[in-house]
Ligand binder design. Structure first.
Ligand SMILES: N[C@@H](CCC(=O)N[C@@H](CS)C(=O)NCC(=O)O)C(=O)O
Length: 219
Protein backbone atom coordinates (compact mmCIF):
# COMPACT_ATOMS: atom_id res chain seq x y z
CA UNK A 1 0.00 0.00 0.00
CA UNK A 2 1.19 3.51 -0.80
CA UNK A 3 0.49 6.16 1.84
CA UNK A 4 0.89 9.91 1.29
CA UNK A 5 1.16 12.05 4.42
CA UNK A 6 0.39 15.76 4.28
CA UNK A 7 -2.48 18.19 3.95
CA UNK A 8 -2.97 18.95 0.25
CA UNK A 9 -2.59 22.70 0.85
CA UNK A 10 1.11 22.05 1.31
CA UNK A 11 3.98 20.56 -0.68
CA UNK A 12 2.07 17.25 -0.38
CA UNK A 13 -0.05 18.46 -3.30
CA UNK A 14 2.93 17.84 -5.62
CA UNK A 15 3.03 14.20 -4.68
CA UNK A 16 -0.74 13.76 -4.87
CA UNK A 17 -0.54 15.26 -8.37
CA UNK A 18 2.16 12.74 -9.34
CA UNK A 19 0.23 9.79 -7.88
CA UNK A 20 -2.85 10.88 -9.84
CA UNK A 21 -0.90 11.32 -13.07
CA UNK A 22 0.31 7.75 -12.64
CA UNK A 23 -3.20 6.61 -11.74
CA UNK A 24 -1.90 4.87 -8.62
CA UNK A 25 -4.22 4.03 -5.76
CA UNK A 26 -3.00 5.52 -2.49
CA UNK A 27 -4.11 6.19 1.05
CA UNK A 28 -4.02 9.85 2.02
CA UNK A 29 -3.27 10.89 5.61
CA UNK A 30 -3.84 14.68 5.70
CA UNK A 31 -1.24 15.47 8.39
CA UNK A 32 -1.23 19.25 8.86
CA UNK A 33 1.96 21.20 9.32
CA UNK A 34 0.72 24.07 11.45
CA UNK A 35 -1.07 22.23 14.25
CA UNK A 36 1.79 20.20 15.76
CA UNK A 37 0.87 16.94 13.99
CA UNK A 38 4.23 16.73 12.23
CA UNK A 39 6.02 16.84 15.61
CA UNK A 40 4.24 13.78 17.02
CA UNK A 41 6.56 10.81 17.69
CA UNK A 42 4.57 8.54 15.34
CA UNK A 43 4.94 11.04 12.49
CA UNK A 44 8.64 11.58 13.22
CA UNK A 45 9.08 7.85 12.58
CA UNK A 46 7.81 8.53 9.06
CA UNK A 47 9.70 11.78 8.49
CA UNK A 48 12.26 12.69 11.17
CA UNK A 49 12.36 16.25 9.78
CA UNK A 50 8.84 16.83 11.07
CA UNK A 51 7.68 18.15 7.70
CA UNK A 52 5.20 17.09 5.05
CA UNK A 53 4.99 15.41 2.65
CA UNK A 54 6.27 11.91 3.28
CA UNK A 55 5.57 8.74 1.38
CA UNK A 56 5.37 5.20 2.63
CA UNK A 57 5.51 2.64 -0.16
CA UNK A 58 5.21 -0.75 1.50
CA UNK A 59 8.13 -0.80 3.93
CA UNK A 60 9.97 1.95 2.09
CA UNK A 61 9.79 5.48 3.52
CA UNK A 62 10.81 8.61 1.67
CA UNK A 63 10.77 12.35 2.38
CA UNK A 64 11.44 15.38 0.13
CA UNK A 65 8.57 16.01 -2.25
CA UNK A 66 10.59 16.24 -5.46
CA UNK A 67 12.67 13.15 -4.63
CA UNK A 68 9.43 11.27 -3.98
CA UNK A 69 8.16 12.27 -7.42
CA UNK A 70 11.40 11.22 -9.12
CA UNK A 71 11.20 7.87 -7.31
CA UNK A 72 7.58 7.35 -8.37
CA UNK A 73 8.41 8.22 -11.98
CA UNK A 74 11.33 5.80 -12.11
CA UNK A 75 9.42 3.06 -10.34
CA UNK A 76 6.30 3.20 -12.48
CA UNK A 77 7.71 4.33 -15.83
CA UNK A 78 5.43 5.59 -18.60
CA UNK A 79 5.66 8.92 -20.44
CA UNK A 80 6.26 10.96 -17.28
CA UNK A 81 9.41 9.01 -16.45
CA UNK A 82 12.87 9.83 -17.82
CA UNK A 83 13.40 7.66 -20.90
CA UNK A 84 17.19 7.43 -20.66
CA UNK A 85 20.20 8.46 -18.58
CA UNK A 86 20.31 11.98 -20.06
CA UNK A 87 16.63 12.62 -19.36
CA UNK A 88 17.15 11.25 -15.86
CA UNK A 89 20.02 13.70 -15.32
CA UNK A 90 17.94 16.59 -16.70
CA UNK A 91 14.97 15.72 -14.48
CA UNK A 92 17.35 15.80 -11.51
CA UNK A 93 18.90 19.05 -12.75
CA UNK A 94 15.52 20.80 -12.93
CA UNK A 95 14.40 19.47 -9.54
CA UNK A 96 17.57 20.71 -7.83
CA UNK A 97 17.39 23.95 -9.80
CA UNK A 98 13.85 24.80 -8.81
CA UNK A 99 14.53 24.11 -5.14
CA UNK A 100 17.78 26.05 -5.01
CA UNK A 101 17.00 28.94 -7.40
CA UNK A 102 13.26 29.45 -7.18
CA UNK A 103 11.45 27.95 -4.22
CA UNK A 104 12.68 30.11 -1.35
CA UNK A 105 12.40 33.54 -2.99
CA UNK A 106 9.05 32.58 -4.50
CA UNK A 107 7.71 31.47 -1.13
CA UNK A 108 9.05 34.66 0.40
CA UNK A 109 7.33 36.77 -2.26
CA UNK A 110 4.09 34.79 -1.93
CA UNK A 111 4.15 35.10 1.84
CA UNK A 112 4.50 38.86 1.65
CA UNK A 113 1.73 39.13 -0.93
CA UNK A 114 -0.69 36.53 0.31
CA UNK A 115 0.32 33.92 2.89
CA UNK A 116 1.14 36.20 5.83
CA UNK A 117 -1.69 37.99 7.59
CA UNK A 118 -2.23 41.35 5.92
CA UNK A 119 -0.60 43.42 8.66
CA UNK A 120 2.53 41.21 8.53
CA UNK A 121 3.19 41.68 4.80
CA UNK A 122 6.06 43.82 3.58
CA UNK A 123 5.98 45.13 0.00
CA UNK A 124 9.75 45.81 -0.03
CA UNK A 125 10.49 42.19 0.88
CA UNK A 126 8.13 40.98 -1.85
CA UNK A 127 9.89 43.24 -4.40
CA UNK A 128 13.32 42.05 -3.25
CA UNK A 129 12.27 38.41 -3.68
CA UNK A 130 10.85 39.16 -7.13
CA UNK A 131 14.15 40.76 -8.16
CA UNK A 132 15.94 37.57 -7.13
CA UNK A 133 13.54 35.52 -9.24
CA UNK A 134 14.37 37.48 -12.39
CA UNK A 135 17.42 35.37 -13.21
CA UNK A 136 15.87 31.86 -12.90
CA UNK A 137 12.67 33.02 -14.59
CA UNK A 138 14.68 34.35 -17.56
CA UNK A 139 16.48 30.99 -17.79
CA UNK A 140 13.25 29.01 -17.74
CA UNK A 141 11.50 31.33 -20.19
CA UNK A 142 14.43 31.08 -22.66
CA UNK A 143 14.62 27.28 -22.31
CA UNK A 144 10.94 26.89 -23.14
CA UNK A 145 11.11 29.04 -26.29
CA UNK A 146 12.48 26.06 -28.23
CA UNK A 147 10.36 23.26 -26.76
CA UNK A 148 6.90 22.89 -25.22
CA UNK A 149 8.14 21.02 -22.13
CA UNK A 150 11.36 20.93 -20.13
CA UNK A 151 12.69 17.71 -21.64
CA UNK A 152 11.24 18.25 -25.11
CA UNK A 153 7.88 17.28 -26.58
CA UNK A 154 6.16 15.58 -23.68
CA UNK A 155 5.10 16.47 -20.13
CA UNK A 156 7.37 14.68 -17.65
CA UNK A 157 8.19 14.57 -13.97
CA UNK A 158 10.58 17.47 -14.63
CA UNK A 159 7.64 19.71 -15.62
CA UNK A 160 5.55 18.44 -12.74
CA UNK A 161 8.25 19.14 -10.16
CA UNK A 162 9.14 22.60 -11.46
CA UNK A 163 5.59 23.79 -12.13
CA UNK A 164 4.32 22.46 -8.81
CA UNK A 165 6.86 24.62 -6.97
CA UNK A 166 5.75 27.57 -9.10
CA UNK A 167 2.07 27.08 -8.19
CA UNK A 168 2.71 29.75 -5.61
CA UNK A 169 2.92 32.40 -8.33
CA UNK A 170 -0.70 32.26 -9.57
CA UNK A 171 -1.86 31.55 -6.03
CA UNK A 172 -0.31 34.79 -4.79
CA UNK A 173 -1.39 36.74 -7.89
CA UNK A 174 2.22 37.30 -9.01
CA UNK A 175 2.37 38.83 -12.47
CA UNK A 176 4.46 36.65 -14.77
CA UNK A 177 3.68 38.54 -18.00
CA UNK A 178 7.35 39.51 -18.38
CA UNK A 179 8.12 35.81 -18.88
CA UNK A 180 5.23 35.03 -21.23
CA UNK A 181 6.52 31.69 -22.56
CA UNK A 182 7.17 30.46 -19.03
CA UNK A 183 3.75 31.66 -17.90
CA UNK A 184 2.02 29.83 -20.74
CA UNK A 185 3.90 26.62 -19.95
CA UNK A 186 3.10 26.99 -16.23
CA UNK A 187 -0.62 27.34 -16.81
CA UNK A 188 -0.58 24.43 -19.28
CA UNK A 189 0.97 22.24 -16.58
CA UNK A 190 -1.26 23.44 -13.74
CA UNK A 191 -4.42 22.94 -15.80
CA UNK A 192 -3.79 19.22 -16.19
CA UNK A 193 -6.71 17.31 -14.64
CA UNK A 194 -4.46 15.53 -12.10
CA UNK A 195 -3.25 18.91 -10.77
CA UNK A 196 -6.46 20.81 -10.83
CA UNK A 197 -7.96 19.93 -7.49
CA UNK A 198 -6.66 22.90 -5.56
CA UNK A 199 -8.47 23.66 -2.37
CA UNK A 200 -8.31 27.40 -1.76
CA UNK A 201 -5.74 28.21 0.90
CA UNK A 202 -7.57 29.97 3.68
CA UNK A 203 -5.06 29.65 6.49
CA UNK A 204 -2.29 32.18 7.08
CA UNK A 205 1.26 31.19 7.90
CA UNK A 206 2.85 32.86 10.91
CA UNK A 207 5.58 35.37 10.13
CA UNK A 208 8.85 34.25 11.75
CA UNK A 209 10.14 36.69 14.40
CA UNK A 210 13.14 38.12 12.49
CA UNK A 211 14.03 38.57 8.81
CA UNK A 212 16.86 36.06 9.25
CA UNK A 213 14.47 33.50 10.68
CA UNK A 214 12.22 34.07 7.68
CA UNK A 215 15.02 32.93 5.41
CA UNK A 216 16.40 30.19 7.63
CA UNK A 217 13.36 28.26 8.78
CA UNK A 218 10.46 28.96 6.60
CA UNK A 219 7.41 26.77 6.03
N1 LIG B 1 11.98 20.30 1.07
C1 LIG B 1 10.84 19.71 1.70
C2 LIG B 1 10.10 20.81 2.44
C3 LIG B 1 8.94 20.27 3.24
C4 LIG B 1 8.27 21.39 4.03
O1 LIG B 1 8.90 22.37 4.46
N2 LIG B 1 6.96 21.24 4.24
C5 LIG B 1 6.23 22.21 5.01
C6 LIG B 1 4.78 22.26 4.55
S1 LIG B 1 4.63 22.77 2.88
C7 LIG B 1 6.22 21.78 6.46
O2 LIG B 1 6.00 20.63 6.76
N3 LIG B 1 6.45 22.72 7.38
C8 LIG B 1 6.34 22.46 8.79
C9 LIG B 1 7.60 22.73 9.51
O3 LIG B 1 8.58 23.14 8.88
O4 LIG B 1 7.61 22.54 10.70
C10 LIG B 1 9.96 19.02 0.65
O5 LIG B 1 9.91 19.53 -0.48
O6 LIG B 1 9.35 17.99 0.94
Amino acid sequence: MTILYGDLRSRAHRVAWMLKELDLPFEHVPTHFLDGSTRQPEYLQINPNGRVPALQDGDFKLFESLAINLYLARKHGGPLAPANLQEDALAMQWALWVVSEVEKPLLFAAANLFLFAEHERNADEAAMAMRKLGRPFRVLDAHLRDRPYLLGDRFTVADLNVSSVMTLAPLAGIDLAEWAVMQEWLMRCLERPAAADWKPIKFRIPRPPTPLAVLESFV
